[in-house]
Design a protein around this ligand. Structure first.
Ligand code: NAP
Length: 265
């Protein structure tokens, strides 16, 4: 039996175990997915310990995504993002990957949103970094807007052909844009949107990384404007699907994993 897992602190009510285990069951893979809560300064020791114990793969969440970088051989995308959310132990040395970026792009593609033209990414934290690099790697021109404008400029400086902006610039940035991603936490705690409703339009594909609640104010406004909407559970699903496929070498049973995830949201 293979053991996969998640390290986080707190790791609490993670949705990853039921999502991955639904995948193993659907494909008859002999594996379990368990959660671990190492101390907050214990990222490297946790990765080493997992390797010693023969753990086949680890997902990584807050607060370990940056610290794990030093304990693995990161791929180019994870190195540029500066964060690892998936560790693979199948080779000699553990390798680090960031499937949040592909989670966002696969979520958009699954809703027939073309990844060409211009994308506006709102937020320059962990999710914003992953999404900005992911969309730029697809060939999109990325505009980053953030409450703390200096962080938008700092991120844009690292991403190919990207520009950084304040949130005030959103109406102008969105006028000719093709894709919008909310990578802030706005919409989670209260029924608010980081984007003015009248800046949205019907030619946009809109992904909200927030998945609690599933139907955010931004997504309601976007649907009213005639945009294609993609909720945050799709991004969560596809980051898990990407990890599942890397670890097992098999095409993930997306429908079974999606069903298990949405049952718990
Ligand atoms: P983070 O690193 O703490 O970044 C938070 C971001 O939100 C920053 O850009 C911050 O702006 C902005 N922000 C916070 N409060 C704000 C407010 N009141 N007004 C405007 N901007 C505000 O967090 P993160 O890890 O990137 O996560 C961001 C969101 O994405 C969370 O809701 C998280 O659950 C979600 N997420 C979803 C997935 C998924 O798979 N669906 C994956 C990862 C994250 P400043 O820089 O100005 O502080």
């Amino acid at each position: 039996m293979d053991v996969y897992g998640l390290i986080g602190n707190p790791v609490g009510h993670s949705l990853s175990p039921p999502m991955h285990e639904a995948g193993y069951e659907a494909l008859d893979v002999d594996a379990r997915y368990v959660t671990f809560e190492p101390p907050k300064d214990g990222a490297a020791a946790a990765v080493e310990g997992a390797a010693d114990l023969g753990v086949a793969g680890l997902n990584v969440t807050i607060p370990f995504k940056q610290d794990v970088l030093a304990a693995v051989e990161p791929d180019s995308l994870a190195r540029r993002i500066g964060a690892v959310n998936t560790v693979d132990f199948s080779g000699g040395e553990p390798t680090g990957h960031n499937t949040d970026a592909v989670g966002a792009t696969r979520a958009l593609r699954a809703h027939d949103v073309a990844l060409s033209g211009t994308a506006v990414v709102v937020g320059a934290g962990g999710a914003g970094r992953a999404v900005a690099f992911g969309l730029a790697d697809e060939g999109m021109t990325v505009r980053v807007a953030n409450r703390t404008e200096s962080k938008a400029h700092d991120l844009a400086d690292e991403v190919r052909e990207a520009t950084g902006h304040s949130l005030d610039a959103l109406p102008e940035l969105l006028a000719d844009a093709d894709v919008l991603v909310n990578a802030t936490s706005v919409g989670m705690e209260s029924d608010e949107s980081p984007v003015p409703a009248d800046a949205l339009h019907g030619d946009l594909g809109v992904l909200d990384a927030v998945y609690r609640p599933l139907e955010t104010r931004l997504l309601r406004d976007a649907a009213d404007a005639g945009a294609t909407t993609v909720d945050g559970a799709w991004m969560l699903l596809y980051q898990g699907v990407e990890a599942f496929e890397r670890w097992t070498g098999r095409e993930a049973p997306v429908d079974a994993m999606n069903e298990a995830l949405r049952e718990r949201l």
